[in-house]
Design a protein around this ligand. Structure first.
Ligand SMILES: NC(=O)c1ccc[n+]([C@@H]2O[C@H](COP(=O)([O-])OP(=O)(O)OC[C@H]3O[C@@H](n4cnc5c(N)ncnc54)[C@H](OP(=O)(O)O)[C@@H]3O)[C@@H](O)[C@H]2O)c1
Length: 244
C-alpha cells in the first residue's frame, strides 16, 4: 500500500511514516518541510496513493484560526484525493474535541464533520494527549516550566501512530467511523511533566496556570478525559520513558 501522511514530519506523523515503512508500505510525508503546503494546496499531488493519514496540525488557540486551518487542509486533501482516486482518508482527532469545540478544538470538531461528510470514505481516530504533549506545550523560563491547568489520560504517540497505520491497512468501512484511544492513567499535565523531569534528573519547578474562557475550563475540568468506550493502550509513562 502507498500511504501519504499529512503532517508526516510532526510528532505523531513522523512515527506514522516510520511504522508504515516498518510494516512494508511505501510512505511519504506531506508537510511544508517536504514542499507541500496543505493550507494553500501548493505542491500537493497524491498520484498512486491508496490511503491518506491526516496527522497535520497547527498551534493556534483561536477557534477561528483553527477552523480555517482544518477546513483548508481537509478540503485540499479531499480535492487531491478525488483527483488521484485515493480510496481512504484516515484523520487523527482528539478525545473530547467534538463535545467541547472551543479554541483549538473548534477546528478539530470541524475537521471531524468534514471527514464524516467527505467525498472519500473516512475513518476518524480520536486520541488523548500524547506523553510528548507535556514537553511540546511547556513554556520554559530558565529552569521553570509553565503548563496550562489540564487533566488528561495521556497515551504514547507511537501507539497512536501504530493505530493510524492499522486503520489505513484495514481499509474504509472496516472499523467504526470514529474510534477512541487513550492511555492507561488519568493525570494532571503538570504532574506528568514533573514525573518526566524527575526521571531525567532535571531540576526546576513546574507551575500550572489556568487558561481563560471555555477552552481553559474544558482543559481544567477533565473535558478531554475519555469515556468508557475508549480503548486503553497499555503503554505506561514508565515504559514510554524507558523507550524515549
Ligand atoms: N499532540 C497531542 O497530544 C495530540 C493528541 C491527539 C491528537 N493530536 C492531533 O494530532 C495532529 C498532530 O499533532 P502533533 O502533536 O504531531 O503536531 P506537530 O508535531 O505540531 O506536527 C504538525 C505537522 O503538521 C505539519 N503542518 C503544519 N502546518 C502545515 C501546512 N500549512 N502544510 C503542511 N503541513 C503542515 C507540520 O509540518 P511543517 O511545519 O513542516 O509544515 C507537522 O508535520 C494534530 O491535528 C493534533 O490536533 C495531537
Amino acid at each position: 500500500m502507498k500511504v501519504a501522511v499529512a503532517g508526516g514530519t510532526g510528532v505523531v506523523g513522523s512515527l506514522t511514516v516510520r511504522i508504515a515503512r516498518e510494516r512494508g508500505h511505501e510512505a511519504v510525508a506531506l508537510s511544508r518541510r517536504t514542499g507541500v503546503d496543505l493550507v494553500t494546496g501548493s505542491g500537493l499531488d497524491l498520484t498512486g496513493v491508496d490511503a491518506v493519514i491526516d496527522a497535520s496540525g497547527g498551534t493556534t488557540v483561536s477557534a477561528k484560526a483553527s477552523r480555517e486551518f482544518f477546513r483548508a487542509v481537509t478540503e485540499h486533501l479531499f480535492a487531491a484525493e478525488k483527483r488521484a482516486g485515493v480510496r481512504h482518508h484516515v484523520a487523527l482527532s482528539i478525545v473530547g474535541a467534538a463535545a467541547h469545540p472551543h479554541g483549538y478544538y473548534a477546528g478539530k470538531a470541524l475537521q471531524e464533520e468534514l471527514v464524516a461528510a467527505g467525498p472519500v470514505p473516512g475513518t476518524i481516530l480520536r486520541a488523548t494527549q500524547f506523553f510528548e504533549f507535556a514537553l511540546q506545550n511547556a513554556v520554559r523560563i530558565g529552569s521553570i516550566a509553565l503548563l496550562p491547568r489540564m487533566r488528561s489520560q495521556p497515551v504514547a504517540a507511537a501507539s497512536v501512530a501504530g493505530e493510524l497505520v492499522s486503520l489505513a491497512e484495514a481499509g474504509p468501512g472496516a472499523a467504526p467511523g470514529v474510534t477512541e484511544l487513550a492511555g492507561p492513567r488519568a493525570v494532571r499535565m503538570a504532574e506528568l511533566l514533573r514525573e518526566i523531569r524527575d526521571f531525567r534528573g532535571e531540576s526546576g519547578r513546574v507551575i500550572e496556570f489556568p487558561l481563560p474562557g471555555r477552552f481553559g475550563r474544558t482543559l481544567a475540568s477533565g473535558g478531554l478525559l475519555p469515556g468508557p468506550a475508549a480503548r486503553r493502550d497499555p503503554v505506561t509513562l514508565a515504559a514510554w520513558l524507558l523507550r524515549a
